[in-house]
Ligand binder design. Structure first.
Ligand code: ADP
Length: 350
C-alpha cells in the first residue's frame, strides 16, 4: 500500500507517492497550468495508472496546507469542519489556502474512501514565544482579529533540522540552528533546542526576506503613500507586493539562475538584485545569531539554498568573528555527502 503527498498550488499540483511502510518514494509528478482541480486530479490518476499505480492501492492522501491559523498545531484528518476552518483562514493566505482547499476537495472526490490528512506550514512555529509572535499593535487586533506572526515553510524547517540532527549525530533538542528556506518563497527560522523560536514570515507569507515576486518587509507607510499619491487600490497593492516585487521587480525575472547569468554578462539590475537579495539574508543571519545562545549549524534549503553556492557564500563569508567559516570547495559540492568529512560520514551512517 502507498500514500500520496499533494502540494496543490495556484497553477500547479506536485505529488509524490511513497510506500506506506518504508516511506520509499516510488513516483512523483507535476501537473502544470491547472485551471480545474478535478481535471488535474484525473490527469494525475492517468499518470499513476501509466506507472502501474492504481488509486485503490493508495491508503491515504497528505495535503500541504499553508495556513493553519491558531487552531491547527499538528496534522489533522480532514472532515467538513476542517474544510470550513481552512476556508475561514483564506484572508490570511489568499494566494495559497484557496488552491490548497481546491486540491483537497478534488482529491476527496476522486478518492472518497481513504483518509485525507492536512499538514500545515504554520504548525512548526507554534512554539514561538508570545514576545516573538505578537506585533506591537493594540491588544484588540490580536484578540479579535488574530493579527500575529504565524510563520510558514514549517514542514521544510522541521525536516531540514531533523536531517541536520542525523548528520551531526546529535539529538535535535541539543541543537541551535538557523535554517534558510530559499526558493520562490523565502524564509528563515531560528531554532533553539530543536524548536522554532522565531521565523521571518509573519501573519502572511509576505513578511520578511526578499523573495521571487514578493517584496518581503517594507516600510508599511509605503502602502498609504501609494494609495494617496498613485491612487492604487488595496487589491492593486496586494498584487504589487505579492506578484510584481522582489527579484522580479529589480531584475525583470524571478528566476535566480537567469539573474546570475545576466549579472555575469554585465546587467546592472541583475547585479543589484543579487546584492539586495543576499544583503537581506545576511542581515537575517546576524539577527538570529543574536537571539540564539550559540549556533551549531546554518542550513540552506529550497531551490536556491540547495543549488546556489554564490548565495551561500555571500551570506556566510567573512563571518569568522561570529564562528562561521565557509569551505569554498565544499560549498561547490553538489550533494551533502560530498560536503561531509569522511570520518563523520561513517559515523552518521552507522
Ligand atoms: P518554489 O518555491 O516555487 O518551490 P524552488 O524551491 O524550486 O521554488 O526554487 C526556485 C528558484 O531556485 C528559482 O529562482 C531558480 O532559478 C533557483 N535555482 C534553481 N537552481 C539554481 C542554481 N543552480 N543556481 C541558482 N538558482 C537556482
Amino acid at each position: 500500500m502507498s500514500i500520496i503527498v499533494i502540494n496543490a498550488g495556484s497553477s500547479s499540483i506536485k505529488y509524490t507517492v511513497y510506500k506506506a511502510q518504508s516511506l520509499e518514494a516510488i513516483d512523483h509528478g507535476l501537473i502544470e497550468e491547472v485551471s480545474d482541480y478535478h481535471d488535474a486530479f484525473l490527469e494525475m490518476q492517468g499518470n499513476l495508472i501509466r506507472h502501474n499505480i492504481n488509486l485503490s492501492e493508495i491508503e491515504g492522501f497528505a495535503h500541504r496546507v499553508v495556513h493553519g491559523g491558531e487552531k491547527f498545531h499538528e496534522p489533522v484528518i480532514i472532515d467538513d469542519e476542517v474544510i470550513r476552518e481552512i476556508n475561514y483562514l483564506i484572508p490570511f493566505a489568499p494566494l495559497h489556502n484557496p488552491a490548497n482547499l481546491e486540491g483537497i476537495i478534488a482529491a476527496r472526490n476522486i478518492a472518497p474512501n481513504v483518509p485525507h490528512i492536512a499538514i500545515f506550514d504554520t504548525s512548526f512555529h507554534r512554539s514561538m514565544p508570545e514576545y516573538a509572535y505578537r506585533y506591537p499593535l493594540p491588544h484588540d487586533l490580536y484578540e479579535h482579529y488574530h493579527i500575529r506572526k504565524y510563520g510558514f515553510h514549517g514542514t521544510s524547517h522541521d525536516y531540514v533540522s531533523q536531517k541536520t540532527s542525523q548528520w551531526l549525530g546529535k539529538p535535535i533538542d541539543e541543537l541551535n540552528l538557523i535554517t534558510f528556506h530559499i526558493g520562490n518563497g523565502v524564509s528563515a527560522c531560528a531554532i533553539a533546542k530543536g524548536i522554532s523560536i522565531d521565523t521571518s514570515m509573519g501573519m502572511t507569507p509576505l513578511e520578511g526576506l526578499m523573495m521571487g515576486t514578493r517584496s518581503g518587509s517594507i516600510d508599511p507607510s509605503i502602502i498609504g503613500y501609494l494609495m494617496r499619491e498613485k491612487g492604487l487600490s488595496i487589491d492593486e497593492i496586494d498584487v504589487l507586493l505579492n506578484k510584481q516585487s522582489g527579484l522580479k521587480a529589480i531584475a525583470g525575472t524571478n528566476d535566480l539562475r537567469s539573474i546570475i547569468n545576466a549579472k555575469e554578462s554585465g546587467d546592472l539590475h541583475a547585479a543589484l538584485a543579487v546584492e539586495m537579495f543576499c544583503f537581506r539574508l545576511r542581515k537575517q543571519l546576524g539577527e538570529y545569531m543574536a537571539i540564539l545562545n550559540g549556533v551549531d549549524a546554518v542550513i540552506f534549503t529550497g531551490g536556491i539554498g540547495e543549488h546556489s553556492p554564490l548565495v551561500r557564500k555571500e551570506v556566510c563569508s567573512n563571518l569568522s568573528h561570529l564562528g562561521i567559516r565557509i569551505d569554498e570547495t565544499r560549498n561547490l559540492s553538489k550533494t551533502i555527502e560530498d560536503t561531509m568529512p569522511k570520518a563523520r560520514r561513517l559515523q552518521t551512517h552507522r
